[in-house]
Design a protein around this ligand. Structure first.
Ligand code: NAP
Length: 253
C-alpha cells in the first residue's frame, strides 16, 4: 500500500459536534491543519473555534445526507483548482431512535462515497482520500468484542446502531479507498488519560468480507478524548501511519 497524504494533510470531519471528532478537530487545528467540518448546527462549534483564531477552519452547515453540502466539505480551493481533502474522518452516529436516525451511518457513508465520485467527475484534483470511521465494539459477527457482563447491554441498547454501523463498515471496506475502521468500547466523557492507557485490538480485513484477528483487547470503556487523540496521533498527524490501513482497530482501556 502506498504512503498516504502529505505531512500537513487536509481534513474533512463529519460528526465534530460529538466528543471524539471534536477532539480530532481541536488537535488538528492546534497543529495548524486545514479542516473542513460539516455540522447541522455550526453554532455548536463557532464559540469554541472562532474564525478569528482558526482561519484554516471552514464550517459547512448541512446534513450528511445532503450531497451538495458533503461535496463542499470534501473539497478545498487552491488557486484556480478544486482539490479533494486527503483524510476524511467520520464520527457521525445516531442521536435518537427516530426512524431516519437508524440508517444515518450507512446513508452518510454512501453519501460521502458518491460525493467523492461526483467531485472527481466535476474535475476535483488530488489523490483519493483515506477514510477513517468510528464504528463500535459489538459489530463483529465472528467474535465477542465486549466483556461477558456487557453482552445483554449491547444486545438491547446497541442492537440498532450496530445494524447501521455494520452496513457502514461494509460500504467502507468495499470502497476501494484506503481506510481504517475504529471500534471503541462504551464512550465516556472526561480528560484524556493518554495513549499509554489505551489498549488496541486489531483485525485485518480479508477478501470476501472476512477478517483475521491479529490481537484482541476486551474492556468496558474509553474516553472520547482518547479516541480523538488516537485518531489524531495515528491516522492524521503527519498523514498517519500505514500500519492501520485496511484494519479494524478496537480501542479500550
Ligand atoms: N455512545 C457510545 O458509548 C459509543 C460507543 C462506541 C461507538 N460510538 C460511536 O462513536 C461515534 C462518536 O461518538 P461521539 O459520542 O463522539 O459522538 P455523538 O455524540 O454520537 O455525536 C454524533 C455526531 O453525529 C452528528 N450527526 C448525527 N446525525 C447527523 C446527520 N444526519 N448529519 C450530520 N451530522 C449528524 C451529530 O451532530 P449533531 O450535533 O447535529 O447532532 C454529532 O456530531 C458515533 O458514531 C457513536 O455512535 C458510541
Amino acid at each position: 500500500m502506498s504512503l498516504p497524504t502529505s505531512i500537513s494533510p487536509t481534513l474533512a470531519l463529519f460528526g465534530a459536534t460529538g466528543g471524539c471528532c471534536r477532539a480530532v478537530l481541536h488537535r488538528s487545528l492546534q497543529a495548524g491543519l486545514s479542516v473542513n467540518v460539516l455540522a447541522r448546527t455550526p453554532s455548536k462549534l463557532t464559540t469554541e473555534f472562532p474564525s478569528t483564531e482558526y482561519p484554516q477552519l471552514t464550517i459547512i452547515g448541512g446534513n450528511i445526507r445532503d450531497a451538495k453540502a458533503v461535496e463542499r466539505t470534501l473539497t478545498f480551493t487552491e488557486g484556480t483548482s478544486t482539490k479533494l481533502v486527503e483524510i476524511i474522518v467520520s464520527g457521525v452516529g445516531m442521536r435518537s431512535f427516530g426512524e431516519s436516525e437508524r440508517t444515518v451511518c450507512e446513508d452518510g457513508m454512501n453519501c460521502i462515497l458518491s460525493s467523492i465520485t461526483e467531485t472527481r467527475a466535476e474535475g476535483a484534483e488530488g489523490d483519493d482520500p483515506k477514510i477513517v470511521v468510528i464504528s463500535t465494539k459489538g459489530c463483529s459477527t465472528e467474535r465477542r468484542e465486549v466483556p461477558v457482563l456487557m453482552i445483554p447491554v449491547y444486545a438491547v441498547f446497541v442492537r440498532i446502531p450496530i445494524i447501521d454501523k455494520r452496513k457502514m463498515e461494509t460500504a467502507v471496506r468495499k470502497s476501494g479507498l484506503k481506510w481504517c475502521i475504529l471500534r471503541p468500547s462504551h464512550l465516556t466523557d472526561g480528560e484524556s488519560k493518554g495513549l499509554a492507557k489505551v489498549r488496541i485490538g486489531v483485525e485485518k480485513s480479508q477478501k470476501g468480507g472476512k477478517s483475521e484477528t491479529q490481537s484482541e483487547e476486551i474492556g468496558y470503556s474509553i474516553r472520547r478524548e482518547d479516541v480523538g487523540l488516537w485518531i489524531y496521533q495515528e491516522l492524521v498527524c503527519g498523514g498517519g501511519t500505514e500500519e492501520w490501513e485496511g484494519k479494524i482497530v478496537g480501542l479500550t482501556y
